[in-house]
Design a protein around this ligand. Structure first.
Ligand code: C5P
Length: 274
């Protein structure tokens, strides 16, 4: 499967017949609002997590990365600190926003909350793969451009943590089980570590976007991640999007750190089979 990205303009870099045949395969089997993986712009494949406590700090990071990345993740911390207006502002400036709210509630509450997210105009929203949460979110997103991502198993969990929750299986088995359920519910994508991305890709083909956090450059601190991979490993495993927070936020030169990660991603793509 060709997973190389198109150029920054979003056009396919390869023969249009190939693209259109993939496109028709895509439209038959995946939610209509899902971006076909081969059409994702390469400069949008890196999503920077704005994990900062104030809108001013978020703005500073966005400005520092101007022209390098245009896709930002707004997590719980910044949602509470800056409110929806900050998100609307980013979108008005032409940025894409991944709202990382990780919803988990009774279906009616999830549905009503997702309807509010649709109004915001963000591109991605996370919900936990648990019970009826994903189906409720998918239903509420229908007809909009919002893509729902199911959180499978947090990358801070290892085998012992999973056992502690009462599951008698490995993290990988649980990730695959949840990814399959999400796919069957019509979900657009999953959040999964680079260690499980390959198996998810084998199971789902292009029917699920794979968004991978827990990215660390070789030889750097993994912080709280127990299942971290390098940017190159994530690309090789089939991740469509990489999410990076602290390695950029805490870098002495965030712009340079971002460019280094993008370079590693590009180099890795070049080695993927054509
Ligand atoms: O700082 P770091 O690069 O580890 O940031 C990872 C980001 O990805 C954080 O914002 C965290 O909330 C998010 N994350 C996630 N799912 C995981 C692991 C991390 O959404 N399984």
């Amino acid at each position: 499967m060709d997973r190389k990205p198109p150029g920054n303009g979003g056009e396919a870099t390869r023969g249009s017949a190939l693209v259109s045949s993939r496109r028709s395969g895509y439209t038959e089997s995946v939610p209509k609002t899902m971006t076909p993986p081969h059409l994702i712009k390469s400069n949008e494949r890196l999503i920077v997590a704005l994990d900062v406590p104030t809108p001013a700090e978020a703005r500073k990071l966005v400005t520092e990365l101007d022209g390098v990345v245009s896709f930002f993740k707004v997590g719980m911390e910044l949602q509470l600190a800056a409110g929806p207006d900050f998100v609307r502002q980013l979108i008005a400036e032409g940025k894409k926003v991944f709202l990382d709210s990780k919803f988990l509630d009774v279906p009616e509450t999830v549905k009503r909350a997702v309807e509010q997210v649709v109004r915001l105009g963000v591109s991605f929203l996370t919900v936990h793969e648990s019970g009826k949460t994903v189906p409720a979110a998918v239903e509420a997103s229908r007809g909009s451009s919002l893509q729902i991502l199911a959180v499978t198993v947090l990358t801070s969990f290892d085998a012992a943590d999973i056992q502690g929750l009462g599951f008698q299986c490995s993290p990988e088995e649980l990730v695959l089980h949840r990814a399959k359920k999400a796919m069957e519910a019509g979900c657009h994508g999953v959040v999964a570590s680079g260690l499980e991305a390959r198996k998810i890709r084998e199971m789902a083909g292009d029917r699920l976007l794979i968004v991978t956090p827990g990215i660390r450059r070789p030889g750097t601190s993994k912080n709280d991640h127990k299942r971290a991979v390098t940017p190159a490993e994530a690309i090789q495993a089939g991740a469509d999007y990489l999410v990076v927070g602290r390695p950029i936020r805490d870098a002495p030169d965030p712009r340079k750190a971002t460019q280094d990660i993008l370079e590693e991603m590009e180099a890795s793509w070049k080695t993927l089979p054509a």
